[in-house]
Design a protein around this ligand. Sequence first.
Ligand code: BGC
Length: 736
Amino acid sequence: MGPWLCRVALFAACSPLAVASQAHAGDTNNDADRRAATTEAAMTNEERVTLLNGILAMPLGDTKIPEGAPLGAGYIPGIERLGVPALTETDASLGVSYIGGLRGDGATALPSGMAMGSTWSPELMQKGGAQIAGEAHAKGFNVLLAGGINLVRDPRGGRAFEYLGEDPLHSGLLGGAAVAGIQSRSVISTIKHFVLNPTEIGRQFHNGIIDEGALRMSDLLAFEIAIEKGQPGSVMCAYNKVNGAQACGNDRMLNGILKGDWGYKGWVMSDWGSVRATDFALTGLDQQSGSQLDGAVFFGQPLLDAANRDKRYQRRIADMSRRILRSIYAVGVDRNPPRKAPIDTAAGAAVAQEIAEKGIVLLQNRSNILPLAATAKRILVVGGYADSGVLSGAGSSQTQGEGGPAVSLPTMKDGVFSALMAQNYHRSSPLDAIRARAPQAEVVFRDGRYPAEAALAAKNADLVIVFGTQWMTEGLDVPDLSLPQGQDAVIAAVGKANPNTVVVLETGGPVAMPWKDDVGAIVEAWYPGARGGEAIAAVLFGDVNPSGRLPVTFPASVAQLPRPALPGAETVEPSFAGHGKPGQTLDIDYDVEGADVGYRWFARKDEKPLYPFGYGLSYTSFERSGLAVSGGASPTASFTIRNSGARGGADVGQVYLIETPKGKARRLAAFARVELKPGEARTLDVPIDPRLLAEWGPKGWTIAPGTYRFALGASAEELIEETAVTLAGKTWGYRK
Ligand code: BGC
């Protein structure tokens, strides 16, 4: 049965693939439980503890890299006599990481998380995950530290580029699909960073304060959905504190919610340098990662000693090692160990390009300036190092293709971490790709150093393509939403000089665009990865019809955000590690918005953003209609989308909950991306997760009896058609 034959029931029974893999996962998991119990029972305490701590597998200080361990993020020795493989770990969601050549020799760089999020395509996420996991496997790794799905609560957060968006359903489904893709290649994936890690400042000590119900309905819900869909072998806890307790030693989050309520059976690994004490073992942490970065190897000898004298620790080390073994067996790491082999760079490039093309968002297209006509004689390209490559984000997720970056600019001297914070460009030049696509034109380049020079050149061109870049990195937030180093002034000058100006943005997340009214078209290309230049040219010239939709709200200004001033900006000295001074604390109040992250906050405050969540234009047009929501225990939304234009294209149907018996609401309740030929129409049936209709309270999830209104949207703001359904109330919790 093909996915389109039963009307289109998404993410569920219609896909034969999904059914088959679920059945397989079920068998494997039962077997994994049994095998894990048997192996663990045969282990000595020394062997158990061997599995519970690992090193950062990089030549750092006097670190000795064990023979056979690939340079990467982590290494945990195996237990040969029991056939337990060593765990070889590398970052991250965008590919096998590079870090100035310290961790690798080139791999496929997928576009950023924001670009992936803009595809709204779980299928593509799965494909991307399988691609990078195949490469990790061929480079000797069996654990990929992927699955970054923290919700973007603040567009200035330095890792916004790594994450998928601001909505729990969207991030949960896409993140879960990426994990499933990774694990389909016998490579364990994490999901991270658990939980509430939206900004980088003081990342080792900032304390996110939030009502638990609000957290359950936002950030935790994203993790809950992703874990259900992807069954990650491991969850990586975050650096920060949550409601006063360090995330990696947070009894409530780890034992109470993750392992208790959700029944998570894999293992919790720490983030690198986030363990403070051996008793984190009692509060839910199962493995200490990158132990050289912590004050001590807490999960080494001290844990062994504790187990030998205290039954609670003895029980825990048995449970901790069983959890690790279970994931090894469930994912098949032992049956299909990594084998060094050349990677298929062409296949990787094709996947990276497909994600970039489907993730590029067309934000503005005055007078249909795009797609570009083949008649332009003189095209001016300005700025963004477009003559060399496309920008990438920095930190542990930094990935580079063979030969390293096209351009690498040092940014901050921060000891061993400096290499992690280089501003790197992938070898995929938009200028070359534009030249290849416009052989009839003279294509000239200006670096955009001076607004006056760029404006003068713009006057003499038929068409201007100006690049605007915003570099982001793990470890540092951006102070505001401007394009740094005077780029806003260059774009404004060029736009004023020539109305045929197209702005191509390569940004980590939302930016302010004070020049919006001066330019013709705006294309958000994010960090577009290994083949970003080609993807950009394909969209500009219309070989590809843009179909990306924003996974985050672009605010008109920071004044609209829940916290207009970035907490800690005045008091915390920026540093990659983010430890701060001894005893330093920084409370961040997330109860301001609670569960109303991003577009939900804008709806609550009745604020108009620059561009709303879910927004994106196309070179064709769509008619969206026929919204109906069925009641009953498993509500389903159905709607029809018709391509009413002359080009093939893809749309994302979005159904929002806009009213509950309690009052006004705005929550993405269901979505589906669909490719349509000109004139083609499809009716889609998409199940609505009941948790999106519910509130979290002392008894668990509650759907209040009464009327629920839904709207079919072209974005979170442009609501086209409404419908209402009456639901019987229900309350449900978690089986203990
Ligand atoms: C990051 C993690 C990463 C780890 C290992 C940390 O700094 O927060 O996301 O997986 O390093 O490289």
